[in-house]
Design a protein around this ligand. Sequence first.
Ligand code: LLP
Length: 417
Amino acid sequence: MPAELNPELLTDLARTHATPLWVYDAELIRQRIAELRSFDTIRFAQKACSNTHILRLMREQGVLVDSVSLGEVERALHAGYTLGGEPSEIVFTADLLDRPTLARIVELKVPVNAGSINMLHQLGAVSPGHRVWLRINPGFGHGHSQKTNTGGEHSKHGIWHADLPLALEAIAQHGLHLVGLHMHIGSGVDYSHLSQVCEAMVALAARVQSLGHDIEAISAGGGLSIPYREGDARIDVAHYFSLWDAARQKIAASLQHTVKLEIEPGRYLVAESGLLLSEVRAVKDMGANHFALVDAGFNELVRAAMYGGYHHISVVAGAGNAPLAERASLATVVAGPLCESGDVFTQEEGGVVTHRDLPAPAVGDLLVFHDTGAYGASMSSNYNSRPLCAELLVDGGKTRVIRRRQTIQELLALEDV
Ligand code: LLP
């Protein structure tokens, strides 16, 4: 947990802003950005945390952005990102172009990282000269869960490697401008797959060259892991860079000009900076199991329910409750308020409920879900008609509300038709 987000501050924030509540530490985001500076371009995969204030912080630090929907493009623009420069501050990555998105992308001239050949034809037909990247599925992938594996023949992502000639034909046919090659094979990098991706990228660039095309850049995609569990190793960023840099150099030598190297992380930049604060509202024993029920559910944080995603959970003693040091450790199932059996934070992929040893949680305690800055708030929903909760940014001792809590009236207003 970021040092600045200490239990006293969290108690104070919960009292002032109510729970559930997202809290981010700006300094830790800046630190993670600094660790990736050897790459020519750091492009934030904003799906991980798309709050416009976080995007502004990224832009101030020189971090560019990847958008995967029309909404994310508009968010980037709202946060001050502009278009027209090179490398483009915004790139749109997707496997399809819906009609409104295509129209806006063409109007704004947002470079497109194409994950299907149809995209190239649809774009080329209305916007010759448009700048494009090719997102290639190299035929293998890897993820912390099968659901975050974005390569191989069971994945819907990217242009199949063997279809590269067809993609290049589409580019030539429409006079599109090929900027670069991109691969993102999944979230949760491990080095054995990494060397494989780097080799695949070098081979791919050689094929592009042999088919008479050129590129200015390559993108390593995202997927850098973070240590969610105690004992998880921290990724060696220097080693990661060196593998990609070697690939880039081979490609540049073959093309006989410099080639820019991009990286496109989401989780690595923001996961550890964020936490979800909840309050214990009920405790109960169900046969052999002891439950602590908190006021945050999978509509806030879906990672456990969706992938068996693990988040460290800590307890902050509520006012008037026994200090943690005086409590026995208790194997606890931590669950939320939703009317749904899967609303359990301590579960493995496949829905197997597990326990967490916690200093016996009591009603009024705060439960803190750590490392939830990535794919936390951005994956929240209104399930059970629960409004989206507030987001706070702590920076240099100051706390700012960067999203207020949604109201139930706002939810109902959409249906006042
Ligand atoms: N680039 C592309 C093209 C991607 O599809 C993704 C993630 C990223 C970059 C960033 O990946 P990261 O560095 O954050 O691992 N909701 C899941 C993760 C889904 C990732 C989807 N694509 C989770 O909570 O773990």
